[in-house]
Design a protein around this ligand. Structure first.
Ligand SMILES: [Zn+2]
Length: 726
């Protein structure tokens, strides 16, 4: 019997992973699609006048028989990321077009849309949550072109297809160009400064380039290959003392896809910008940004520009100082080098003539290819901190206790492992979560370490979303965090870096959003919120990673039991703000660029390279190099889903800092504050506009002040309250 077709009969109706066979998926998918269609037919053919209850809710609440497709999809696609194999991958390839086709058939069904449109026009008095459900449903259809005439629908289809084809080409060109460049070194002296790990990887890369694989042979040709891939590029730019080589690598990376060849992305970018503008205009918006931002917490372009401009104003003075400090170090180092060189030449002082014969001339200026190198030098000089130093204090089992303990301190919830709950891999742990009154709250799965068949990175997902069924029963969620944390070895337990602890806190924050969900409809529950709001609960939790009172609860040396020294924590906190203003301006410059392209009202015909320099000018320090170009490699906004959305990285930071500042004021473990956060934000999912929810918790709109404070940026007197939302 196919387990998807019957009640699971497991603790809390958790997925019976142990009973699911590969063939069950396909059978359930096909039957699920059939039932979906049957239900839509029933809705369409209902002779009664379309109402909210017989049209909108119907497709939402018919759990049991009609939720088969979502039931099987959830399990299948979660496993495809966390525990896949060749057969699963092949089945995904087979199912994907069928599922896309089905989704399109539903979205483009004119009779179904007509009923929804009628309800949208006339409906009974709705609760805010019902209203949100109706809007989401209606907007989903409208954004797929449901209101257009046949010619309009056809045009939308063409534009969308061309855009997705060009996005793909953009990415392929980028990849090709990235792979095409290599920097080969055969003189070992030119590796000066590079750490052993970077040298080894480069030697391996070099041998692979020669077609020699496996172990390095004694007589194999000696060489090192550096590429534009981050794991190769980034250490080189940080550690190499060879300025000329750094320049070569930097220029290669930053002129990618601008050359006179088939991989040039300039015209593709222009076309993509115009295609998206046309799509938005066809659907009734002035610009693509207007189209995107209508369904975002930021609401409109004004809200986004206010954020970006406020950040420039606030951070620029500090960024300028940071740059000066770096320039000072650079000049001092150049001078030392020149003195050494002059001395070697028999001079007592470096003369211009002598110095000019070297790359470091007396007048040389800090260049973009120097930034990584000298920043690292300066950081080491000031803080002398290394991620590895902290590992012994972050043993995984202690970190788990610490994080569960934090949830207990804040919300009173408790975690109890339950080995009767089936899991999809022996490494996965399943917990029952109980609320502060002892009642059952959720199931929490945790999957900590990398293995074959599991994607890289970290994410939170659900096997069951929360909702209230027709009988009024509150169906509690089954959430899961999937990560790739350092594994234990034969002689050591799993020892994490601080970065990994933060990752855990981040995903745990998402899972609290899921576990506390308390809404009526599943599609509005938990993390189903607007896109620039979803990282608030997760990034909020990251704040605890540098709170002494939290670290004291679990950060003990795994051998000696010594607590993590306060002095070390202080240095960590300080070193985190190193170059914070520079980093902020960089993110803001990308946000400005993104907005400049997607707020175009008319056909975009400008030259990309000079346009880019102009668009982000106010967030750039120093001169710009005329040949480099970011746009042609800016996958986020050209090929990814971040078009008119890049600002959201900073937006989420503003929110999490602002929200955490309330806890800083009222106590980082304050249970009343936590309860308010739970009641107004975490439990509400996407049932109302995120700004409405946030304001109920905060008592006002977020400002950038808390972020400035966290980054150690002085708030000037002239600096008025910074609203991030109009
Ligand atoms: Zn996240």
């Amino acid at each position: 019997m196919n387990p998807f077709f019957e009640p699971y009969n497991t603790p809390h109706d958790t997925v019976p992973f142990d009973r699911i066979r590969l063939e069950d998926f396909e059978e359930a998918f096909m039957e699920g699609i059939r039932r979906d269609n049957e239900q839509i037919e029933k809705t369409i053919n209902n002779p009664a006048k379309p109402t909210f209850d017989n049209t909108i809710i119907n497709t939402e609440e018919d759990e049991g028989y009609y939720d088969l497709l979502s039931r099987v999809s959830t399990v299948f696609f979660n496993l495809l990321s966390a525990e896949t194999n060749d057969e699963m991958d092949a089945l995904a390839q087979k199912m994907q077009p069928i599922l896309t086709q089905h989704a399109n058939d539903v979205r483009l069904n004119p009779r179904l849309f007509e009923r929804i449109r009628q309800v949208h026009l006339h409906h009974r008095k709705l609760t805010p949550e019902e209203k949100m459900l109706l809007d989401n449903c209606y907007e989903g259809f409208v954004r797929s072109g449901a209101l257009l005439d046949e010619a309009g629908k056809e045009r939308l289809r063409q534009l969308t297809e061309e855009a997705s084809m060009l996005s793909l080409q953009f990415s392929q060109n980028l990849l090709k160009e990235q792979k095409a460049f290599t920097l080969d070194i055969t003189d070992e002296a030119q590796l000066d400064g590079l750490p052993e790990t970077a040298r080894e990887a480069a030697a391996q890369e070099y041998l692979e380039g020669l077609g020699v694989s496996g172990e390095r042979l004694e007589d194999s040709p000696k060489g090192w290959r550096f590429t534009l891939d981050m794991p190769s590029y980034s250490p080189f730019m940080t550690y190499s003392t060879q300025r000329e080589l750094r320049k070569q690598l930097y220029m290669a990376r930053n002129t990618i896809c601008t050359h006179d060849n088939a991989e040039n992305n300039i015209e593709i970018c222009k076309r993509l910008i115009n295609l998206r503008r046309e799509i938005a205009q066809l659907l009734g918006y002035k610009t693509y940004a207007d189209y995107v931002l209508k369904r975002r917490m930021a609401s409109n372009t004004r809200g986004v520009y206010r954020l970006l401009n406020d950040l420039v104003d606030a951070y620029k003075p500090t960024a300028v100082k940071e740059r000066e400090e770096l320039s000072k170090l650079f000049s001092a180092e150049c001078r030392t080098e020149n003195v050494e060189f002059a001395t070697a030449q028999g001079h007592t002082q470096p003369t211009t003539a002598v110095a000019n014969s070297k790359l470091y001339t007396l007048n040389s200026k800090l260049q973009p290819w120097d930034l990584g190198f000298y920043s690292h030098k300066l950081q080491m000089k000031k803080y002398n901190i290394d991620q590895e130093m902290l590992r012994p204090y972050f043993e995984l089992s202690k970190v788990i206790e610490g994080i569960f303990g934090l949830a207990n301190k804040l919300y009173g919830i408790t975690f109890k492992e339950n080995k009767d709950i089936p899991v999809y891999h022996p490494d996965v742990k399943a917990y029952e979560v109980f609320d502060k009154d002892g009642s059952y709250l959720a199931v929490f799965y945790a999957d900590f370490h990398p293995r074959k068949g599991k994607q890289g990175g970290a994410w939170m997902t659900e096997y069951q979303g929360q909702y209230i069924d027709k009988k009024g029963e509150n169906v509690r969620p089954h959430v899961s965090v999937v990560m790739n944390l350092t594994k234990p070895t034969e002689d050591k337990p799993a020892l994490l870096t601080l970065g990994e602890v933060e990752t855990f806190l981040h995903e745990f924050g998402h899972s609290l959003h899921g576990m506390f969900a308390n809404t009526r409809f599943e599609s509005l529950s938990g993390t189903n919120v607007w896109w620039d709001f979803v990282e608030l609960p997760s990034q909020f939790m990251e704040n605890y990673s540098v709170e002494k009172d939290f670290l004291r609860t679990f950060a003990f040396h795994y051998q000696t039991g010594e607590p993590l020294p306060d002095e070390l924590i202080d240095r960590i906190v300080k070193s985190r703000n190193f170059m914070a203003a520079t980093a902020c301006l960089r993110q803001v410059s990308f946000g400005l660029l993104d907005m400049a392209y997607y707020t175009q009202k008319d056909e975009f015909t400008e030259d990309i390279i000079p346009f880019e320099k102009q668009a982000w000018k106010k967030a750039i320090l120093g001169e710009q190099l005329p040949d480099t170009c970011m746009t042609v490699q800016f996958s986020h906004i050209m090929a990814g889903g971040y078009a008119a959305g890049y600002y959201s990285y900073k937006w989420a930071e503003v929110l999490d800092a602002d929200a955490f500042s309330v806890f800083k004021k009222e106590g980082i473990f304050n249970q009343e504050t936590a309860q308010r956060f739970r009641d107004e934000v975490l439990s509400k999912g996407g049932t109302e506009h995120p700004m409405t929810l946030y304001k109920r918790f905060r008592g006002g709109e977020p400002t950038i002040d808390a972020l400035l404070k966290r980054n150690g940026i002085k708030i000037h007197k002239t600096h008025k309250t910074h609203k991030t939302h109009g």
